[in-house]
Ligand binder design. Structure first.
Ligand code: ATP
Ligand code: MG
Length: 259
């Protein structure tokens, strides 16, 4: 459920790579519990923006705050501990590890707040390997992966690898989940199921979600608000209806599909 509490506050954030201003002057706010889309043409700076939020890159301008804590300059693992987890545009799993171990690895970077522990009625710190494993299996059940626990991640079909990445991101106990094109390469049926799954986990785990996606049907279908980046700058924000009818957005996507 969306609340009025501000979770993420990004002010005038930007980064320059040599001569390229990849992200410029971005102001973005997420309230706790919101599911918000981030769209824009190829090369618009969407993934780079996630890299700024997660500490892969340090912003050259502006500030980023989560729950009132400044994140600029923090190492990625510290940002994960503060409660931001992500998936990657190009899937990054430990291919040689089992499905189960891919999720268990994430427990080492768990954020120390209690949303998930209270839902599962578990202590903050797992007393043993067994509890950790039981909870990892709970996550995998949500993503219908419990039948593949001991399969190597690299042997899963593509759509299931994408779901496993989300399960792993959840195991880090995030407040804010960043999904970078989670439906890429999925067929319409898988995309539809994923859409429902994203809505479900957001409610179930009281998550705030920022979703990068090229599939307009998915974005417009699940997001309450949408931000649009083009050439590193925000050109629009609003409800799906407002975005669909925004002339700047239509122009930025000229030649691409906006439906
Ligand atoms: N480490 C880097 N060094 C130099 N340029 C970079 C770097 N990372 C990204 N860029 C450039 O920044 C721009 C934005 O790239 P980014 O990957 O963020 O776009 P995107 O919106 O995610 O695109 P896509 O929809 O294709 O994934 C591009 O011009 C890209 O080449
Ligand atoms: Mg990208």
């Amino acid at each position: 459920m969306t609340t009025n509490k501000l979770l993420l506050k990004v002010e005038k954030a930007g980064i320059r790579f040599g001569g390229l201003q990849a992200v410029s002057d971005v102001n973005l706010e997420l309230k706790q519990g919101e599911l918000v889309g981030l769209i824009g043409p190829n090369g618009a700076g969407k993934t780079t923006f996630f890299n700024l939020l997660t500490g892969v890159y340090v912003p050259t301008e502006g500030s980023i705050e989560l729950d009132g804590d400044k994140l600029n300059g923090l190492a990625p693992f510290k940002i994960t501990r503060k409660g931001i987890s992500r998936t990657f545009q190009n899937i990054r799993l430990f291919g040689e590890l089992s499905v189960l171990d891919n999720v268990k690895v994430a427990y080492h970077s768990r954020a120390k707040h209690s949303i998930l522990s209270s839902i599962f009625r578990l202590p903050h710190h797992f007393s043993g390997e067994k509890e950790m494993e039981e909870q990892a299996i709970e996550f995998l059940k949500i993503f219908k992966l419990e039948g593949f626990l001991h399969e190597k991640a690299k042997n899963l079909p593509y759509g299931q690898q994408r779901r496993l990445e989300i399960a792993r991101a959840l195991a880090a106990n995030p407040k804010l989940l960043l999904l970078d094109e989670p439906a890429a390469g999925m067929n319409p049926q898988e995309t539809h199921e994923l859409m429902n799954l994203i809505s479900f986990i957001r409610e179930r785990f009281s998550l705030t979600v920022l979703l990068i996606e090229h599939d307009m049907l998915l974005v417009m279908g699940v997001c309450e608000r949408i931000y649009v980046l083009d050439h590193g700058q925000l050109i629009a924000q609003g409800t799906p209806q407002e975005i669909r009818n925004n002339p700047k957005v239509i122009e930025a996507y000229l030649g691409e599909e906006v439906s």
